[in-house]
Structure formats: C-alpha cells, structure tokens
Design a protein around this ligand. Structure first.
Ligand code: MN
Length: 346
C-alpha cells in the first residue's frame, strides 16, 4: 500500500540509543489516518512513542471493512525506495502489479514481499470480483545500507511455515520462530509472526533476547502476561515514552486491543500470550536497527537530498519504471523544512 497521506510527516529514526536494554511494556496507541476518500487505517508505526521495532518501520492495520458492491482498495501506481513492503491479509484479496511486470492476486495466509532496493513502483487493487470483507496489514521493513541500492524484487510465498500448539496457529511471515523459517528474503535479523489464537489459548513463544519486539492485535484482545520467568520484571517506562507505560513487577497482564501496539523492549527469552476470545495478533521483532533513517511519503533514505531526488525522479517519470495500469500517483509537496536526520529527537 502507499502512504496516501497528502502531507506526510518527516520521520527521522534509527540507532540504538532509543532501544531499551531490558524488557519494557509500553502500550502505544496508534493514530487513525484517513487514506484517500474514506478508507480509515490505524497507523501503529511510526507514532510519537516509537518509530522502529528492529527494521520494521511502518505498520498500517486496515479493516475489517465491508466492501460489498464497492471498489475496495484502489491504490494507484506509486514509488518506493530503501524498503521492503510486506502485505498480509486476514480477509479478502488484493491484486498486485509492479514495474518489474509482476502480477499476483494475494490471498489470506500468503506473503507478498516486495523489495524496492533502489527503486520500484507498484499498484494494489481489490480485484473487480472480490470478497465482501477486506482486512489486513501493510508493513514496511527498512533496508540496511548494504542492501538498499540492490535491484528491486518481488516475492510471492503461498506456502509459509505454520506452528501449532494448543489453541494456537502461528504463521511465520518473515524470519524464524522455534526453528520454522519463512522463505521470504530479509536483510537484517528480524521476525514477523501471525498468531491465530482460539478462545482460552494460553501459549508461550521463544524469543531472541537480542531482538526488540512488539505485539499488535488485528482482531480480538490478546493478553501479554508479564512478570513470568523469562519475560523480565516488567519494568516499563524507561523506553520511548509517549505511551501508557506499565511499571512494576506486580503488574500482571497487559491486554492489547485493536489500534494498540505493545512495545516489549529487549532481553526476553519467552513471551506468554493468552486470549479469552478468538484473537489474531502480529508479533514483530528484530535486531535494533543501527543506521539513521529519514522517512518521507513512500521513501526510506539517509538524507533529505536523497528523498528530494527520488521525488523528482518519480514526478519526471525516471528511475522507477512503469506499472501497466493506472495513473501514477503524484507525490505530495515537500515539507518546507529541510529533511535532516536528527537522531531520535522528537
Ligand atoms: Mn506501496
């Protein structure tokens, strides 16, 4: 999906000083963003409270929407640099076209992974004949310097590893969980897992202590159980701020509902999750991203000059190639202030 915001914020982030060296529990509320005429999405990253979780740098959760008799998703051709897009559906279908001539219809349970490298353009549309419900997440992964100038690529993986436990069906989108590895290409150590929990599920997942993690709930309410062995003491509040910090070792359970992101910090070897009712969660994590980033619109770069150049190339029809159908989406105006990577300063 494109960042359809017509006056997108400049986001600067990266480096480890914003990453706590211990487990925390920061419950961060996302913001509702209206894209296009009427589509509302919940933007869970970046927010005022956090800009990165590992290399994960953008999370939009949309739906479930009833698009019966409506066009549904209609995202015109738009450009990307410096990132991977991860398209994940819980319901419905989306037709992807890009400037490499890739063309796929994506269904729930399948991974669409587009690596922009130096430049790509793509469009996403609900097919003319589509299911009534549309529900999914659009995620971006920042590419490290060593990979961000590579040739663009598109991968469609219909067969992802699934782990099952009592009341749990865990699909590994990217990276590896408990020995089950996604075939999707990654360029920094990271993980993304969809957790489908039955009512009454109470499960434990192994984590990498060097990774930072966050959990969001596309549907239902998942409860992250703190204070357990392996999960740290729940000494929240030392992290990013801006959210509802849950502090103190006695604090037991943290419910994570739709529209919230629970940032978990680092130093965990295990995560215990419960669900009273049927719930879907996404667990995202990765090695804290070392490099400083400048993000604007659909671009992830290292300087304002790179963003300006990418914008000019897109508007002039250079570099990004063309997508078969649709009018290219014009870039918004650049903000008046120069885009400078400024570390983690808010
Ligand atoms: Mn896009």
């Amino acid at each position: 999906m494109s960042n359809l915001d017509r006056s997108p914020d400049v986001v600067t982030c990266g480096g480890r000083t914003d990453t706590p060296g211990e487990p925390v529990l920061d419950l961060l509320r996302g913001k509702e963003v209206t894209l296009g005429a009427s589509t509302k999405v919940r933007r869970l990253l970046p927010t005022l409270g956090r800009r990165l979780v590992g290399a994960w740098c953008f999370i939009d959760h949309y739906g479930p929407d009833d698009i019966t008799g409506q066009p549904g998703m209609q995202v015109p051709p738009h450009p990307h640099i410096g990132l991977q897009t991860v398209s994940w559906l819980l319901a419905g279908s989306v037709h992807h076209r890009d400037s490499l001539s890739s063309e796929f219809t994506i269904h729930p349970g399948q991974l669409a992974l587009m690596t922009s490298g130096r430049a790509i353009a793509h469009s996403e549309q609900s097919p003319a004949s589509h299911p009534g419900e549309l529900h999914g997440a659009q995620l971006w992964v920042a590419l490290p310097d060593a990979a961000r100038h590579m040739a663009p690529a598109f991968e469609h993986h219909a067969d992802l590893p699934v782990l099952t436990d009592r009341g749990l069906r865990a699909t590994v989108l990217l990276g590896e969980l408990a020995g089950a590895a996604s075939p999707g290409s990654v360029h920094t150590p990271l993980v993304g897992v969809d957790l489908a929990l039955d009512a009454g599920a109470d499960v434990r997942l192994p984590l990498e202590p060097d990774f930072e993690y966050a959990v969001l709930a596309p549907s239902g309410v998942g409860t992250v159980v703190a204070g357990d062995p392996g999960i740290g003491s729940g000494s929240g509040g030392s992290g990013s701020g801006g959210g509802v910090a849950v502090a103190g070792a006695e604090v037991a359970d943290v419910p994570v509902g739709v529209g919230e992101l629970l940032y978990l910090g680092t130093g965990r070897t295990e995560l215990r999750v419960r669900a009273e009712d049927t719930t879907r969660l996404l667990l995202l994590g990765g090695e804290p991203f070392d490099e400083q980033l400048v993000m604007w619109w659909n671009f992830v770069a290292r300087s304002g000059a790179e963003i300006t150049e990418a914008r000019e190339d897109w508007m002039a029809g250079r570099r990004f190639g063309t997508v078969v159908l649709g009018e290219p989406q014009p870039a918004p105006a650049m903000p008046p202030t120069p885009l400078i990577p400024r570390g983690r300063a808010r």
